[in-house]
Design a protein around this ligand. Structure first.
Ligand SMILES: [Zn+2]
Length: 182
C-alpha cells in the first residue's frame, strides 16, 4: 500500500513536470527574409535553383524538437511521408530519428518545405540548414523546380511547424492544393 502510494505520487509529479515546461511564445519564430538563388552557389555544386530563407528562432533556439512536448509523435502522425527523408543518417526514417533525438526547428522547417513540394509533385530533395553566425539565426536552403511554389513552400513550412508546436493538426492536403496552383 505504501509502495503504491509513493508510485502514485511519483507519476503525479512527472505529469506535473511535463505540464510545466514553459515554451516560448510562438511569435518568437520569425522569417527574416526569403531570397532565391539562381546559378552557381556555395551550397551545392550542381543544384542552381535554391530558396534561401533566413529564419530567426528567437527563444526557440533553446528548444530542439526533443524538448517540445509531443512534437515527434505529432509530426510522424500528421506528415507520415517524411519517413522517406533519409537526412544525415542515410536511411529511410533517418529524419524522424533526428527529430526524436532532438534537432532544431530550422532543420525541421527545411524538411517540411521539401516535403510540401514533393507532395505537390515536384522533384526536389536537396536541403541544408546552417547557422548564420548570429545566435538563433539560420540559413535554410532548399531546392525548387518552380520559384513561386518554392517561396510559398517556405512560408507554409513555417506555419506547419508552428501548428505542430501548438499541437494542432496542419491542413497538409489544403496546403498542397494551394502549392499545386502556384
Ligand atoms: Zn536533414
Amino acid at each position: 500500500m505504501k509502495y503504491l502510494k509513493s508510485y502514485k505520487l511519483l507519476t503525479e509529479s512527472i505529469k506535473k513536470e511535463k505540464k510545466e515546461v514553459e515554451l516560448p511564445n510562438i511569435s518568437e519564430l520569425k522569417i527574416v527574409d526569403i531570397k532565391t538563388i539562381e546559378g552557381k552557389n556555395k551550397w551545392h555544386s550542381s543544384k542552381d535553383k535554391l530558396i534561401h530563407m533566413i529564419l530567426d528562432l528567437g527563444e526557440w533556439e533553446e528548444f530542439p524538437s526533443s524538448k517540445i512536448p509531443e512534437f515527434y509523435q505529432n509530426i510522424k502522425k500528421w506528415i507520415p511521408s517524411l519517413h522517406e527523408h533519409r537526412c544525415s543518417e542515410g536511411r529511410k526514417g533517418g529524419f524522424f530519428s533526428r527529430v526524436r533525438m532532438g534537432t532544431w526547428l530550422g532543420h525541421i522547417i527545411e524538411h517540411i518545405a521539401l516535403e510540401l513540394q514533393t507532395l505537390a509533385g515536384d522533384d526536389t530533395g536537396f536541403g541544408r540548414t546552417r547557422g548564420t553566425g548570429k545566435k538563433g539565426e539560420y540559413n535554410v536552403i532548399f531546392n525548387y523546380e518552380k520559384k513561386s511554389r518554392g517561396i510559398l513552400a517556405a512560408k507554409e513550412a513555417v506555419k506547419v511547424a508552428k501548428s505542430i508546436i501548438k499541437g494542432e493538426k496542419p491542413e497538409i492536403k489544403e496546403i498542397v492544393e494551394k502549392l499545386k496552383k502556384k
